[in-house]
Design a protein. Structure first.
Length: 413
């Protein structure tokens, strides 16, 4: 018996048995119709705290699958504090919120202003999130991402890419907005998604796109867009269990080869209806002072001076970038490279409770580049005429790095 339909164009994508062809559904509706329906969905939610604001901790089985998938995304995406991350299809913003808690800088993107309003409300009502660096932007044009070229480090599609109308066009946009070396990370269903009972229900009741994910096709389009590498993740949503004896024998390599084959086969079977993968843009990955493994430096004293009457200490330094990454310009921003300075008396009294931070330069310092910098500091009278100034490089909110330099000021020297 035919299923009832709710949309005028439903006859164009629903056959006599009630089966919906997702490709024909995509052709049946313009972008504006999908935006309108998404807005209606979010604006008809009376209390988002009952479900949407609880994500990913909203339901036991869904939570287990979501968290295992999110863990895989974090691992294969090589996430670090300070990354600028686009959360494509963010909905009510749970993933953006989670990324901000890990000191990333998320940008939630969605076609629905209703969803973005809910996401902003979630942030504003949360005591920890309201102080975080999170922003939300509407996707106002089909096949377009509202970000500048090379402006983000990562882009995540967490169960959102199978909703887009033109996968190839969006892959081109993802490549455009990613910085050199940037990664696009996907957590999506598999190649038979549109034919599942739940997907058929969603398309019938809401005319939402529930497309299939064919990796070979996506990779071919991704290469055309400019991506140079793809990596697949294999993991389990649910743990495989065995007896204690079997576990002890297994970790020592004492089980029959067939058993290990069976375990591996079960793991691969769990991956059939999900696709977690990473696309990489050409360039050096995360090569800046926002990442501790990219920074190193050397300080050398060129000359020093001290005006006893004014208590003004000056030092001319050569500052060299000896790490693999570039230093961001000085200032207060995340990863900005400054000089941290303190002075210590002969008795161990410090001039400042915390080191004062002084600028290096106002532009980027590339790997291998050296600069001449002059620093000036007022030394408190309490320290007397005999003191030592200690200076070290610091990447703000990331790490102190390089060997500190100690400069002695002594009237007898």
């Amino acid at each position: 018996m035919n299923q009832p339909v709710r949309f005028e164009a439903a006859h164009r994508y629903t056959d006599a048995s009630g089966f919906i062809d997702v490709k024909k559904l995509i052709e049946a509706y313009p972008f504006e119709d999908h935006v309108r329906r998404a807005d209606e969905y979010f604006r008809n939610i009376d209390d988002p705290w009952l479900h949407h604001f609880r994500k990913p901790f909203h339901e036991v089985n869904d939570t287990a699958a979501t968290l295992s998938g999110f863990a895989a995304v974090l691992k294969v995406g090589k996430f670090k504090p300070g990354l600028t991350v686009a959360d494509f299809g963010c909905g009510a913003g749970w993933l953006s919120a989670a990324l901000s808690m890990m000191r990333c800088r998320p940008i939630g993107l969605d076609i629905s202003e209703g969803g973005l309003e809910m996401a902003r409300r979630f942030v504003n009502e949360h005591p920890l999130l309201r102080t975080q660096d999170i922003r939300f932007e509407a996707i106002r044009q089909e096949k377009s991402v509202p970000l500048e070229d090379a402006s983000i480090d990562r882009l995540i599609c967490f169960d959102s890419f199978h909703h887009v109308s033109d996968q190839a066009a969006y892959l081109e946009e993802f490549h455009r907005v990613l910085a050199p070396g940037g990664l696009a990370i996907f957590h999506e269903p598999g190649p038979r998604h549109s034919r599942t009972e739940q997907s058929q229900l969603e398309m019938r009741e809401f005319a939402v796109i529930e497309n299939d994910i064919f990796i070979d096709e996506i990779w071919a389009n991704a290469q055309k867009a400019g991506f140079i590498d793809i990596e697949m993740a294999i993991f389990s949503d649910f743990p495989l269990t065995m007896s204690l004896d079997g576990f002890n024998r297994g970790i020592r390599g004492l089980l029959a080869p067939w058993t290990y084959y069976k375990l591996g086969r079960q793991l691969m079977q769990q991956s059939y209806d999900k696709r977690v993968f990473v696309l990489r843009k050409a360039g050096t990955l995360d090569a800046s002072s926002r990442f501790a493994d990219q920074i190193d430096g050397r300080l050398s004293l060129v000359e020093q001076g001290f005006e006893p009457e004014k208590r003004i200490f000056t030092a001319a330094l050569e500052v060299a970038n000896t790490g693999p990454g570039s230093w961001l310009s000085s200032g207060a921003g995340f990863g900005a490279v400054n000089l941290g300075l303190n002075a210590i008396s002969a008795e161990g009294l410090k001039a400042y409770p915390d080191a004062i931070h002084l600028p290096v330069v106002s532009d980027v310092t590339h790997s291998g580049q050296a600069r001449r910098v002059t620093v000036t500091a007022e030394i408190p009278w309490q320290l007397g005429p005999d003191f030592t100034v200690e200076i070290q490089l610091v990447s703000e909110s990331v790490a102190w790095f390089g060997q500190p330099i100690q400069i002695r000021n002594s009237p007898s020297a």
